[in-house]
Design a binder for this molecule. Structure first.
Ligand code: DX5
Ligand code: ZN
Length: 222
């Protein structure tokens, strides 16, 4: 199965005083990745429903919500309802991941299952068909600017193999430490959706950085 290369800049470290202008800079990307943290699931607090709603309203590209929160069963549907095109929730926090994935689909969003670095993918192989995407964290969630964990490459590889073996059309998103230096390793391992925060918003030209990351990933995907 041919999987598309998707670039999803994280706005975590953007200038929130100019959300609209920052989102306009990344119009060359496929999705705007919005990190929602609740200071319970992760030791950091970012933004919630009202700001995500504002992002959906002013973003020139679809919004990809990444919920690093407790009780996603309760909150994730709201993000689909407000128009997020894709909603990732963490399996470590979800009480009923299958029911939640089906609810997200009913509300018109792509359903994505997120895994922290220490969470194995194997127990979820049988429920892969419920999802459009698996998000494999390549840092411990909570903060931008951390180094990419090379130890996640085998997990990416095994996930891609499991998806291919079942002939499924599922994206693998990676998030954390993605840059020009690390993106090719992840693409080779089988990731196709690349979240990059500091690499894009720390670059002089965010628009051009998206293109550079896309070109590098494209030349290394299978
Ligand atoms: C981390 C967030 C990421 C983060 C990525 O918990 O989920 O989306 O913003 O930032 P970088 O690319 O700087 O690692
Ligand atoms: Zn994220």
């Amino acid at each position: 199965m041919n999987v598309p290369t998707i670039v999803s800049p994280s706005i975590l470290n953007c200038d929130f005083a100019d959300l609209k202008g920052e989102l306009a800079k990344i119009r060359s990307a496929d999705f705007a990745h919005v990190d929602i943290m609740d200071n319970h699931f992760v030791p950091n607090l970012t933004l919630g429903v009202p700001v995500a709603e504002a992002a959906v309203r002013v973003s020139p590209i679809p919004v990809d919500a990444h919920l690093m929160i407790e009780d996603p069963d309760r909150w994730a549907p709201l993000y689909a309802q407000m128009g997020c095109a894709s909603v990732s929730f963490h399996v470590e926090a979800a009480h009923a991941p299958i029911r939640l994935a089906r609810e997200l689909h009913r509300l018109g969003a792509r359903a994505s299952l997120a895994l922290k670095p220490g969470t194995a993918i194997e127990p979820y192989f049988d429920i892969l068909p419920e999802f459009d995407q698996i998000l494999i964290m390549t840092v411990e969630p909570g903060f931008g600017g951390q180094p990419f964990l090379d130890s996640m490459l085998p997990k990416i590889r095994r996930t891609r193999e499991a998806i291919s073996a079942r002939n499924l059309d599922i994206w693998i998103q990676i998030d954390g430490g993605v840059s020009r230096k690390t993106i090719t390793r992840a693409a080779e391992a089988g990731a196709n959706n690349f979240v990059a925060g500091s690499a894009v918003f720390g670059a002089e030209d965010a628009y051009a950085e998206v293109g550079a990351l896309r070109t590098l990933a494209d030349s290394h995907t299978h």
